[in-house]
Design a binder for this molecule. Structure first.
Ligand SMILES: C[S@@+](CC[C@H](N)C(=O)[O-])C[C@H]1O[C@@H](n2cnc3c(N)ncnc32)[C@H](O)[C@@H]1O
Length: 187
């Protein structure tokens, strides 16, 4: 069993927060993005945590390094060996440094990859709000530099995050309201 645990993710409760931004990020936007592509029979959800994606793709196999979220497969996605028609990577890139993101894409054996990722063109406010966690937030340009060259941007939506979102995610604290952009990239 892999012992990397992200305490701030709250194990099996991950993504179930009821504030408007969480609802948009974990449910509404994903439904819209998946309507834009063909969902095949073999789907892997890399960094799939507690399997929230199964709400939309019941047959998706979640692969995650954090055993506390009870993924279908408890493995590191940088070394996981599997062949799938579609690999979904939703809100995972910011857990990985740049070298790891490049390694991740090199390791994937799939016909298609769907990346769903938020981007922060205001990095100062994002890092200010994330004092209780360690992550690698990126601008749109930084994210795109790390994707395989043949990506297509299929979804883009700006939204505003405030204290409600951060309190649910990271606990009580002082938080700034800022903008963020949600992207869907199909590779
Ligand atoms: C923000 S969560 C997103 C979960 C899920 N994809 C979703 O959208 O509901 C990111 C997940 O990536 C997992 N993760 C980070 N690095 C990983 C790695 N190297 N191998 C497998 N999982 C990893 C974390 O444990 C966490 O569950």
């Amino acid at each position: 069993m892999l012992m990397q645990t992200y305490k701030e993710d709250d194990g099996k409760n991950f993504g179930k927060w009821t504030d408007d931004v969480s609802r948009f990020m974990y449910f509404e936007s994903t439904g819209k993005i998946l309507d834009l592509i063909q969902v095949p029979e073999t789907v892997a959800d890399y960094g799939g945590a507690n399997g929230n994606l199964k709400h939309f793709i019941p047959h998706a196999i979640s692969i995650d390094i954090d055993a506390s979220k009870k993924p279908d497969i408890n493995e590191n996605i940088l070394t996981h060996d599997g062949i799938y028609e579609l690999v979904v990577i939703r809100y995972v890139l910011h857990y990985l440094n740049d070298y790891e993101v490049l390694k991740l894409f090199e390791n994937i054996k799939a016909k298609n990859i769907l990346v769903i990722q938020f981007e922060n063109n205001n990095l100062k406010d994002k890092y200010f709000n994330s004092q209780n966690e360690f992550k690698y937030f990126r601008t749109s340009a930084q994210t795109r530099e790390l994707l395989p060259t043949r990506f297509e941007e299929i979804y883009s939506k700006d939204y505003e995050l405030g204290p409600d979102f951060y309190k649910n995610r990271l606990g009580e604290g002082k938080y700034k309201t800022h903008n963020e952009t949600l992207k869907g990239y199909y590779i």
